[in-house]
Design a protein around this ligand. Structure first.
Ligand SMILES: Cc1ncc(COP(=O)(O)O)c(C=O)c1O
Length: 390
């Protein structure tokens, strides 16, 4: 059986042994030195000013939206564009925090929002204040143009990069195009910490808002200078400071176990990303030769760090037979992320007019995916190639 999630970690056996040793020896298991180290390692590797570690990718999205509100970059009621083909907890925090999501359609051959679909969305909804783009399935479209469009129109732009760690477009890592980006370290994602998420930013003020909102809204985890500054600004004495809550927050802290795993797995970043890229391009060669399948357009990407291989059927009538091929060969498959978000019950409950997303709708019906794991064997790749042939 080729499962969607082949293993819990890259190099699973030795990672588990190291984890046992770490837990046995560690004095502190709540957020501490390992988490801090992982943040520094991650910010360096991603080439961003700051990284804030949290307990999941969903928490990263929630915390980011809260920090954008707390810092005044967004305000309640604002309309925020989101990819129609994304994960639910990319959209849910917008609804939970009083913003209005607006679905932006994808391109069928990139699975991502393009400047074309973005402009079309802006024509329908010119009051968009922000755009939270998902870099779907490690892929991307003409993201540089989308950013330019946002900059020209005063639209705050940030990325959900939970599915695209390591992918590169125009020489720039995805996750480095917006004012902030989120990542997931759930099992099956590029780097696994069992559970975990990260938010990358460059701006010091937004960083401080994230740090406070991650832990109850207090200032304890700020730098000494930032703590001094905020206490002075609010006229807080050192006696009360530990129990002052400046703004709305949560407890979405990670543990030292997640931090240890993150530090352990990040050393394999290049190996993991390159292997995923190789698998993707190898299997894509077969897809290109099969006229029944829609090939992915990724010539503008120098690295495709995908965690899944999309199978998009041109004709709806062939979808079932292709799904059966994979199921019969014991290859686990699933819908393309979660399909068109406009169809989800939670979306229909809270958003009265879901709009039109013809391409996401096509993807919803005509596609599925199987896992791309850096530890796929030569035999497994052969088997998968065979299934993709016409
Ligand atoms: C695009 C996207 N955003 C957010 C998440 C949520 O991440 P997590 O499972 O770590 O909460 C996922 C999960 O797969 C995702 O695909």
């Amino acid at each position: 059986m080729i499962k969607l999630q082949k293993s819990t970690f890259f190099k699973e056996k030795e990672t588990k042994l190291k984890l046992c040793e770490f837990i046995t020896k560690a004095n502190v298991l709540s957020m501490g030195e390992e988490c801090k180290k992982f943040e520094l390692n991650f910010a360096k590797k991603q080439n961003r000013g700051h990284a804030v570690f949290v307990n999941s990718g969903s928490s990263a999205n929630l915390l980011l939206i809260q920090a954008l509100l707390n810092s005044g970059r967004l305000k309640k009621g604002d309309i925020v564009g989101v990819s129609a083909l994304t994960w639910a907890t990319n959209i849910m925090p917008l609804i939970q925090l009083g913003l209005q999501p607006f679905l932006v359609d994808c391109e069928i051959d990139s699975l991502n929002v393009s400047s074309r679909t973005f402009r079309e969305a802006l024509d329908i909804q010119p009051n968009m204040k922000a755009f939270f783009l998902t870099n779907t399935l490690g892929l991307s479209d003409d993201i540089g143009r989308i950013v330019k469009h946002c900059t020209d129109n005063g639209i705050v732009f940030f990325e959900d990069n939970c599915e695209a760690l390591g992918s590169v477009v125009d020489g720039r890592l995805l996750g480095n195009y917006g004012i902030a980006s989120t990542f997931s370290f759930f099992v099956g994602h590029h780097i696994s910490a069992i559970e975990g998420g990260m938010i990358c930013v460059d701006d010091d003020d937004l960083y401080n808002h994230l740090i406070m909102a991650r832990s109850h809204g207090w200032d304890r985890n700020l730098s000494t200078d930032a703590r001094k500054e905020i206490r002075k600004r609010y006229g807080i004495s050192d006696f009360f400071a530990k129990y002052i809550f400046y703004d709305l927050g949560y407890n979405v802290r990670p543990t030292e176990i997640n931090g240890f795993l993150g530090n352990n797995q990040i050393i394999y970043w290049d190996e993991i990303v390159n292997k995923r890229h190789q698998n993707f391009t190898r299997l894509h060669q077969v897809i290109v030769e099969n006229n029944k399948l829609v090939p992915i357009r990724f010539g503008h990407m120098s690295l495709v760090s995908s965690f899944a291989i999309p199978v998009i059927l041109r004709d709806l009538s062939t979808v079932k037979s292709y799904m059966k091929r994979f199921i019969d060969a014991e290859v686990e498959i699933r819908p393309m992320i979660a399909g068109n978000m406009a169809r989800q019950p939670f979306y229909q409950k809270y958003i009265s007019n879901p709009g039109n997303q013809p391409n996401a709708e096509f993807i919803h019906k005509n596609s599925f995916y199987f896992g791309n794991n850096p530890e796929l064997t030569v035999e497994e790749i052969e088997l998968l190639s065979g299934l993709l042939k016409e």
